[in-house]
Design a protein around this ligand. Structure first.
Ligand SMILES: *Cc1c(COP(=O)(O)O)cnc(C)c1O
Length: 378
């Protein structure tokens, strides 16, 4: 039996305490047994989101919460703007198209950092009042400044995809006046896949159109949650896990999580550069969630990842879309520490050498530790 290592940007490793909670006996979702877990999880979610508005919880992957934002905020034919700078920005445009919206794209090359001022002028020019964007574009490693984007779009409603960023980098939903932020359980929230969430600012409720989705109806979900009930049978086992995971995150403190992500990003970048590899993601502290790396000359990323997985039990993530052949990604989201990064780098170095790449050997892990040891001065 080969030991397996998961270093992908979602799903991410899950702490044993959380896994153990998901294995607890099933309780009935309408009884007091579940109510206590549900109430506490929803309160903890609000704390992690830094919001006093309700955070709606769904049994779905992260895309379910994205879908819910489109189906609860729009009517067919509406004009909306989407900031596209990678695979997840593209996903917003596909969901919007599926629901018959007229999409104004605000396009950036994959890997480019979206410019809030440009977004503000594009939105002002077209007069759209609903804008979709991505905080951490997991396909490229870019983290956008959603606080500045909200300030730039002013009165327009801003919907933020925070699936890979919530719990990894700051997202101050209320203080930054983020209207809607969607997320998922399987990234920085250290849970198995299967739960999705959406915060909805108080001021939006009175002018919501009627939901175009039955399952993801925000009003029905909110009404049920207010009674600590659930509209439908929730994923009780996953919510048990979420309760424990959020408790761990809040006990250690959000600031500590944010600092750890910055330092793990530094360590990963220092390590891959020491091998002589070239980064695809930005070479700065904003890129704290996932590191995207170009494969060296003559090596394609699918072959590298297959070799890592088959020979060494190590799973990294491929590039997405057009980046698939020449980019791969190391996640450092959620329950990761410096030893995970050291193992990922050591395995990468070994695999590249076995595949005949001309890389620098023996320096990566040491440099990663040095970079990690410097504390972040805010
Ligand atoms: C993981 C992820 C999603 C959601 O993907 P699912 O597979 O539906 O959970 C959405 N946006 C971003 C930025 C992500 O990283």
């Amino acid at each position: 039996m080969q030991k397996r290592y998961l270093f992908t940007p979602g799903p991410t490793p899950v702490p044993p305490e959380v896994l153990a909670a998901t294995a607890e006996p099933i309780v009935h979702h309408r009884g007091l047994d579940f109510r206590e877990i549900y109430e506490r999880s929803l309160a903890r979610l609000g704390e992690v989101y830094c919001t006093s508005s309700p955070v709606l919880l769904f049994s779905a992957s992260g895309t379910g919460a994205m879908d819910s934002a489109v189906t609860n905020l729009t009517a067919a034919g509406d004009r909306v703007a989407v900031v596209v700078a990678g695979a997840f920005g593209e996903r917003w445009t596909k969901i919007c198209a599926a629901y018959g919206l007229d999409v104004q794209r605000i396009d950036y090359a994959w890997g480019e950092v979206p410019d809030p001022v440009e977004i503000g002028s594009a939105v002002a020019e077209s007069g759209v009042d609903l804008v979709f964007c991505t905080q951490s574009e997991t396909s490229t490693g870019v983290v956008a400044d959603v606080q500045a984007i909200k300030a730039a779009v002013g009165e327009a409603t801003l919907v933020v995809d925070a699936v890979s960023s919530l719990g990894a980098v700051p997202l101050e939903t209320d203080a930054w006046e983020i209207d809607v932020a969607v997320s998922g359980s399987q990234k920085a929230l250290m849970c198995p896949p299967g739960l999705a969430m959406a915060s909805v600012a108080d001021h939006l409720w009175e002018r919501l159109p009627s939901s175009r989705s039955f399952y993801f109806d925000w009003r029905a979900t909110r009404k049920a949650q207010e009674a600590f009930d659930s509209a439908f049978t929730p994923a009780v086992s996953l919510i048990r896990g979420l309760d424990v995971a959020l408790g761990m995150l809040l006990d250690a403190g959000l600031e500590a999580a944010f600092e750890r992500h910055v330092r793990l990003g530094r360590a990963t970048r220092a390590g891959v550069k020491a091998m002589g590899l070239e980064l695809f993601s930005p070479d700065d502290d904003s890129s704290a969630v996932v590191t995207a790396i170009r494969t060296p000359e003559g090596i394609e990323s699918p072959a590298l990842l297959r070799h890592l997985r088959e020979r060494h039990g190590v799973t990294l993530a491929p590039g997405q879309g057009a980046l698939k052949p020449n980019v791969f990604r190391i996640g450092h989201i959620g329950w990761f520490d410096i030893f995970d990064i050291a193992a990922a780098l050591a395995a990468l170095e070994l695999a590249l050498t076995e595949l005949g790449a001309d890389i620098e050997r023996g320096a990566a892990v040491g440099r990663a530790f040095e970079a990690y040891e410097q504390h972040v001065t805010a």
